[in-house]
Design a protein around this ligand. Structure first.
Ligand SMILES: Cc1cc2nc3c(=O)[nH]c(=O)nc-3n(C[C@H](O)[C@H](O)[C@H](O)COP(=O)(O)OP(=O)(O)OC[C@H]3O[C@@H](n4cnc5c(N)ncnc54)[C@H](O)[C@@H]3O)c2cc1C
Length: 480
């Protein structure tokens, strides 16, 4: 059940503790609870969903996989008016109007959820996105977890640290979000048999000494064709998403105090909400390393100033004067941070080989087919000819046998991360980590020794397809 900070009676030991309640954490908690495990989910935010809800990234890009748990969320939300829809891009970027626009498609268009589950090889104009209301998605996630039972969800709590013995995490310490009081009175120690780090910034791994990577690896280190000659401190750009609502009369929103009246222009993804509002995702609003160096607070404040300057450009030059600012989302959209040095690292080379060339299908826990897409600083953007598989060991640190990383900080290189970071892919990584805990408990083994065939069987039972043939390109795409 969902708990708040005043109602906290924890079990002595959980089967699985999931740290972080974004897409990856939701997938892990849901999968484990469905198999009867006792689960604790710890999330500092006031709702589930992480970047997809509090970050306002209200779109699932077209991409292979599932339908799994996201398909279930789609089905649940489809019963609520204005909660979710399928959209197509109806306007593409031009130099004078640097934005793309995705519109919700009416039922007559005949689109189904399955149409959104393919990207590689499909022409842009035929891509199908899923667009949802963030609050509704968070509500649906909570509803599903509550209905499953066996999951204690602590909102407004965060991971602080943990203890390790004999290569296993024994316990983690958690505390309510808020300014440190100097007292340990509100800190709780949580024991579990298995743990999932779904914090995006891999706080658990870093606190417990797992080796991590940051920035771009060199070509010599990874063998990737697009890697730089030398390792480079670079990160995918950040964005702050905001929501606009339609209004009767044209107007220009006032600039808040301290925001210079200077235009800020960037490329934007604009998606229509099911209720007609617009979601603006500025790509990028700030370079990743600039944000990292400024720090969360100062970086965020500057991003918000840029949002207001961008909105002014939209209203004065691009024809959006009949839309007013409804909300700037509270989480800054960070695409990349530290990444785990995992037992296996997913690289650009493996991604470009694709399923037909990778040769380790028995290891895959999800498929993906998003473009290699590093936003900002003239970053790489290359669509893929076919999907690829993500091996289970990309989630596993070499030194801890009961921890899996199911978030964008998993074991992928800087270049691979630019493809393998989408919300639905993260949800499926979490799905695998939750099921792997069930398999490991059943067979009395640890994460690295989990029977891969048993794990893949459970994933298939949960409607996660692991062969690209399960998603043949629809006939209308074949000729293109
Ligand atoms: C601007 C932007 C646009 C994007 N556009 C798209 C898109 O259109 N489509 C798409 O599919 N993907 C998109 N992505 C990628 C995708 O949204 C993210 O990569 C994905 O949602 C990340 O999921 P996650 O579970 O790894 O992390 P998150 O969703 O960030 O979840 C991590 C959670 O961990 C919690 N946490 C942090 N610290 C702690 C702590 N100490 N203790 C406990 N919990 C903690 C956070 O509060 C958060 O809820 C975009 C990303 C960005 C930034």
């Amino acid at each position: 059940m969902m708990r708040n900070t005043t109602d906290i009676v924890l079990r002595d030991t959980y089967d699985l503790a999931v740290i972080g309640g974004g897409s990856g954490g939701y997938g892990a908690a849901c999968a484990a609870a469905r198999r009867g495990l006792s689960v604790l989910l710890v999330e500092p935010g006031p709702m589930l969903g992480g970047n997809s809800t509090l970050g306002g990234v209200n779109t699932w890009e077209p991409g292979i996989g599932g339908p799994g748990f996201h398909g279930q969320l789609f089905d649940l939300l489809s019963a609520t008016p204005h909660a979710i829809g399928l959209s197509r891009t109806t306007k593409f970027y031009t130099s004078e109007q640097p934005w793309g626009f995705s519109s919700i498609m009416p039922p007559e268009a005949g689109l189904t959820y399955a149409d959104s589950l393919r990207r590689a090889g499909v022409p842009h104009a035929d891509w199908v996105r899923v667009t949802f209301d963030p609050d509704q998605l968070a509500g649906a996630m909570a509803e599903i977890l509550n209905a499953l039972g066996g999951v204690d969800v602590l909102l407004g709590w965060r991971f602080l640290g943990g203890s390790v013995a004999n290569g296993r995490i024994e316990s983690v310490d958690i505390a309510p979000v808020g300014p440190p009081t100097g007292s340990s009175e509100r800190t709780r120690r949580v024991r579990a048999r298995f743990f999932v780090d779904a914090t995006a910034q891999i706080h658990v791994c870093r606190a417990l000494g797992c080796p991590t990577r940051f920035g771009a690896e060199s070509r010599e280190q990874t063998g990737e064709p697009s890697a730089p000659d030398q390792p480079k401190e670079t990160l995918n750009a950040v964005s702050v998403c905001f929501r606009l609502s339609p209004r009767e009369h044209a107007a220009i929103d006032p600039l808040p105090p301290g925001v210079p009246d200077e235009p800020f222009v960037t490329v934007n993804n604009i998606t229509q909400y099911p209720n007609g509002d617009l979601n603006i995702n500025p790509l990028p609003i700030m370079e990743g390393m600039e944000f990292h160096r400024m720090g969360d607070e100062a970086g965020r404040a500057e991003c918000v100033r840029r949002v207001h300057r961008l909105l002014r450009v939209m209203q004065t030059r691009w024809g959006f004067e009949k839309f007013g600012l409804a909300r700037i989302f509270p989480f800054t959209g960070v695409r990349e941070g530290p990444r785990l040095e995992a037992r296996t690292m997913l690289t650009e080379t493996e991604i470009r080989k694709g399923c037909s060339g990778q040769g380790d299908a028995g290891e895959w826990i999800t498929l993906a087919d998003h473009a290699l897409d590093v936003h900002g600083q003239g970053g790489l953007c290359r669509e893929l000819p076919e999907p690829y598989g993500v091996p289970w060991e990309c989630l596993l640190p070499p030194s801890l046998s009961n921890l899996a990383v199911a978030c964008r900080g998993a074991g992928v290189t800087h270049i691979a991360a630019s493809s393998c970071r989408l919300s639905r892919t993260m949800m499926q990584m979490g799905h695998a980590a939750g099921l792997a805990a069930a398999v490991a408990l059943d067979r009395k083994t640890q994460y690295p020794d989990v029977d891969r065939a048993a794990l893949q069987k459970l994933l298939r039972e949960d409607r996660v397809h692991l062969t690209p043939e399960a998603f043949p390109a629809p006939p209308k795409y074949s000729a293109g």
